[in-house]
Design a protein around this ligand. Sequence first.
Ligand code: MRU
Length: 368
Amino acid sequence: MKVDGKDMRPIWFDLTSKTVQVIDQRALPHKLIIKNLNTVDDTIYAIKEMVVRGAPLIGATGAFGVYISLVQKDNKGADNEYLVSECKRLKNARPTAMNLFWGVDRVLSAALQHEPYEKRVKAALDEALAITEEEAINCRKIGEYGMPIIEGISRKKNGEPVNILTHCNAGWLACIEYGTATAPIYTAFDNNINVHVWVDETRPLNQGSRLTAWELGKYGVNHTIITDNAGGHIMQHGMVDLVIVGTDRTTRAGDAANKIGTYLKALAAKDNDIPFYVALPSSTFDWDITDGIADIPIEERDPDEIRYVQGLFNGKIEKMLVPPLDSNAANHAFDVTPARLITGFITEKGVCRANQQDIMSLFPDKKK
Ligand code: MRU
């Protein structure tokens, strides 16, 4: 996607320096900082501390991490045990997004097919690059399949703006290109459909107000930031036509984990008869589980993320304490929206309802 006229992705392989580079999303929207990932420790730090974040991007970063483990200083060449243990460390960086395990395992198995070290390195890099290209294409397809949903509402409203609410950042920064939840929005915008996006600020780390607002603004999409608690009110007053969110892990039966607060939006949407869609590439499905509430691990992050807010002050990015320092805080990072509250999934294979049978009809090779 373009940032001030320049094509950018949140992760790429720089051919000149032969390094994996990422945008440091912690500094956005105020500073555009690029970081190199030279070691597995750098990669784990980037995922844990959310230099990179968002399920498909975490998957791509983990995928490059396998390559990095093979070329970092002190690497142990084609030693299988070493490679598998570095992959284990990568997979432990964050627990909820399915894409991390999927990305790491895919590159690991490509690498293990080759014994000679050089071949192994090449196979790992090729597979990581293939993953990024595939995810970019998948997101473009999500945009193409999701766009008619917005177009239909636009037609019913005689071209009046379609008001879409989204939570967190499920845009190109969270993916490789286009995003998941934002892909249908960008495609609709490109097709001259009048859209307006309600952007949940998404406390505590404000992925909505920092990242989604930045992305949409750069693309020229009309948007308004709201507090996380405003959704119910604006839905009751007819100001939301459609909700589209991303997901970090979705079960084969259609329960979807996403950024904390998504479930409340789904409840409010149901109460107000507003369609609630979840957009995802197939890499985010966990094909082994059906009960999201019981089986999706929910990350608990540092309570200081709740205690402190970050922003620009006198030209510098600063953090400020909000509550009494000695008050307890609990930082549950995700919640699970049960399938019954989801109108449908928008995937690279098409749109389906949120139940096992319909999901399997799009992905027949995953039938048990
Ligand atoms: O904690 P984050 O910022 O990694 O959480 C990201 C989200 O919850 C996104 O909505 C999700 O990954 C879908 S991204 C396409």
